[in-house]
Design a protein around this ligand. Structure first.
Ligand SMILES: [Mg+2]
Length: 280
């Protein structure tokens, strides 16, 4: 079949060769994620990489606590949730098995199961941060979505909290902000124009949620697997954009690897060809 992966629009060619024509502009289906999901689920290298990120962050945090001029209780550690704290690779793997793509309903069924495992290293890091007195905040784009069997407008908050508890995080002293959640009164004025329309954090842009955290505490570290977990003020996806923030990486900003999805990922064969380079 590999020989068939050239663009052939001619039905005559199909008739002669038996190769199915490939639409270079159509989104690929989930099986394209097979290697990425396997890497997340079974490679030593992925677990070593994430454990290394969190070990380095723990060391940096200990240094910060020792030299802090003010109490660490006034400082916040902000983490994204998906592929930063919780490993959703079973959902991605199921999409591969089902030859399906991401969907809001299938995602919500996965969230409701509350069975995501930890990203290796994160639980020990969060326990260290909490023992040093830092406040831990989770800002996630898991969407609030009412369910037919409940009057709760955002059952995903409790799903996320219970899942975090299940991996060993004490959530009693943490803050969790989802996309679509209604902010506390003190943070309403920080909503963007788009968010003010319905009075919730309706946008994937996390800036207003970080600003809400910043009202009470200084944000001293950020963790994520997408650039939007750190800032919206960046250039196009690519190495230069990463280099623009070199002074942050590994010091106050910590990026977790995620090869399964993200703004970097081309959706179609044509987009992939446009991005990939060979030998000049
Ligand atoms: Mg994420």
């Amino acid at each position: 079949m590999a020989l068939c992966r050239t663009v052939f629009s001619s039905l005559i060619f199909f008739a002669l060769t038996g190769c199915a024509a490939i639409d270079e502009t159509a989104p690929e289906t989930a099986h394209d994620n097979t290697d990425a999901v396997i890497w997340l689920q079974s490679s030593t290298e992925y677990a070593a990489a994430t454990a290394g990120v969190y070990a380095a962050a723990t060391t940096a945090l200990q240094g910060m606590a020792q030299t802090a001029a003010s109490p660490t209780s006034g400082m916040a550690i902000v983490l994204d949730v998906d592929e930063t704290v919780l490993d959703n690779s079973p959902y991605q793997g199921q999409l591969v098995f089902d030859d399906a793509n991401y969907g809001t309903e299938s995602w919500d069924r996965w969230v409701a199961l509350r069975t995501a495992a930890e990203v290796p290293g994160v639980v020990d890091f969060i326990r260290s941060a909490q023992s040093l007195g830092f406040h831990v905040v989770f800002i996630t784009n898991r969407p609030c979505r009412a369910r037919p069997d409940s009057t709760d407008v955002c059952p995903q908050i409790e799903d996320t909290r219970v899942n975090l508890e299940a991996i060993g995080i004490d959530t009693s002293l943490t803050t969790i902000y989802l996309r679509g959640q209604r902010p506390p009164e003190s943070c309403r004025a920080l909503l963007t124009t788009e968010e003010q329309a319905d009075g919730t954090w309706s946008q994937s842009d996390k800036t207003s949620r970080r600003a809400c955290v910043g009202l009470d505490r200084e944000i001293v570290m950020l963790f994520g697997d997408q650039m939007g977990d750190f800032t919206e003020e960046h250039g196009a996806s690519g190495r230069q954009t990463a280099a623009d923030f070199d002074e942050n990486w590994g010091r106050t900003w910590f990026m977790l690897p995620n090869p399964t999805y993200g703004g970097w990922k081309p959706r179609t064969p044509a987009e992939k060809r446009a991005l990939m380079r060979g030998i000049d």
